[in-house]
Design a binder for this molecule. Structure first.
Ligand SMILES: Nc1ncnc2c1ncn2[C@@H]1O[C@H](COP(=O)(O)OP(=O)(O)O)[C@@H](O)[C@H]1O
Ligand SMILES: [Mg+2]
Length: 223
């Protein structure tokens, strides 16, 4: 994101940050978006920190040869953001039809795997050459064991058409057969210096109207 892309607007309807809306919300209509979406980086270049992992993913995106992945790490370090950037880079305009985004902490049971995920995996979608549909499972470590076993079978069954990208706080809570089918990538916490070094974060802080800043600081956040 360049400095010019940062458009600051009044936020008069801020939603709680702890339960983000689906991240596929269009970024253009920014006035009513929670900040977690409004400032979510759209490309790998704007993701701060964890450079080795991000550049590895950028190679997957360029070659199109992406494995199933698990990104594990503490809250708020860019796991969901990274997965969305990867899906966007791989699929371009097909993103809308070729991505199923689930928050596994709401959709954590076996029925979701049997119904939503399986149905999506079976659907025919027009894709760029060599690309796959992508199922994003946020907070996958909160899925029940039964759901994870079903997921493992679905991963095997549809491996020729569908890739899975899981985000988790704790990868140990994901069953071993799923871990062994994924590249497991670990994100570490960002330092204050890393966050402040990012130009648009600085600009955002300098230019943000006081009212908006007060709203931001008064919101509950995960630690
Ligand atoms: N590494 C990062 N680089 C830039 N922005 C980030 C990064 N990590 C988090 N953010 C900011 O915090 C918000 C939440 O990040 P998210 O990817 O949802 O975190 P996680 O999934 O790890 O909990 C994003 O919308 C983005 O604005
Ligand atoms: Mg997340």
């Amino acid at each position: 994101m360049s400095d010019d892309d940062v458009v600051l607007m009044e936020v008069d309807d801020v939603q709680p940050v702890s339960k983000p809306a689906p991240a596929t919300v269009a970024v253009k209509a920014t006035s009513h978006l929670p900040w977690i979406e409004k400032y979510r980086p759209q490309t790998f270049a704007d993701i701060v920190g964890n450079e080795d992992t991000v550049s590895r993913l950028a190679v997957f995106a360029r070659t199109g040869n992406a494995p199933n992945i698990i990104i594990a790490g503490p809250p708020g370090v860019g796991k969901t953001t990274t997965i969305l950037c990867l899906a966007r880079a791989l699929l371009g305009t097909a993103f809308k039809d070729a991505v199923l985004e689930l928050n596994a902490s709401n959709d954590r049971g076996i029925d979701v795997v049997r119904n939503k995920i399986k149905m999506f995996a079976q659907q025919k979608v027009t894709l760029p050459a060599g690309r796959h549909k992508i199922v994003i499972l946020d907070e996958a470590d909160s899925m029940t064991d039964g759901a994870q076993q079903a997921l493992r079978r679905t991963m095997e069954l549809y491996s020729s058409t569908t890739r899975f990208a899981l985000a988790a706080n704790n990868s140990e809570k994901i069953i071993e057969p799923i871990q062994s089918r994924c590249a497991v990538l670990r994100y570490s916490r960002l330092t204050d210096a890393q966050i402040l070094a990012k130009k648009y974060v600085r600009k955002r802080t300098y230019h943000t109207p006081r009212k908006e800043l007060m709203l931001w600081f008064s919101q509950p956040r995960e630690t």
